[in-house]
Design a protein around this ligand. Structure first.
Ligand code: 2AM
Length: 171
């Protein structure tokens, strides 16, 4: 199973982002992510054996569940993967703590997690052909994060399909 941990919006929030940000994305081309796919990845695990699920659930149980609110204020184009994403102005300490705690826990349990710097983002479009400078979003998008989720990713004909396997509520 291809798994990852993410901050997962409720359906209403996913729709609000999808529709509210459409005017910024329409001129850029590429492939819009469907609203049900919008999320913020904390740690991507890749392929995990089914019998390791209980370890991941225990790890999730140990996470700090402090309230977390984020403020997204701009879009960025990432040239190499060709994606456009929604970005926070900074990484607030509770988010850094959560991502750090998760990374350490996964490391100690022997899961291979990527070592690249954590850059909180919500991917909005892929295969975007032409770059753009950072684009301010107004009004800024405020988000009270409801939950951390363990999510399964499946590659389907129409793109990735995600299924939330377990959620830990925050706040
Ligand atoms: P991305 O949106 O920046 O591509 C599910 O694939 C989620 O895990 C996506 O949000 C994706 O981030 C993230 N992810 C991080 N590393 C990945 C990798 N090596 N392969 C696929 N997805 C990855």
């Amino acid at each position: 199973m291809r798994l990852f941990f993410a901050l997962w919006p409720d359906t209403q929030t996913q729709h609000a982002w999808h529709d509210g940000l459409a005017p910024y994305l329409a001129p850029l081309g590429g492939r819009r992510m469907p609203s049900a796919n919008l999320h913020l990845t904390l740690a991507f695990l890749g392929d995990v054996r089914g019998d390791r699920m209980s370890e991941l659930l225990r790890l999730g149980d140990d996470l700090a569940t402090d309230a977390l609110s984020l403020r997204f204020d701009h879009l960025e184009y990432w040239k190499k993967p060709g994606l456009v994403c929604l970005r926070t102005a900074d990484t607030p300490p509770p988010l850094a703590r959560l991502a750090g705690q998760l990374g350490t826990g996964l490391d100690m349990a022997g899961f291979a997690v990527e070592r690249r710097q954590f850059k909180p983002h919500v991917t909005l479009a892929r295969d975007v052909p032409v770059g753009m400078a950072s684009l301010p979003v107004w009004p800024v998008v405020e988000w009270q994060v409801p939950a951390v989720a363990l999510v399964r990713s499946r590659l389907a004909a129409g793109g990735s399909e995600y299924a939330v396997l377990h959620e830990w509520r925050l706040g």
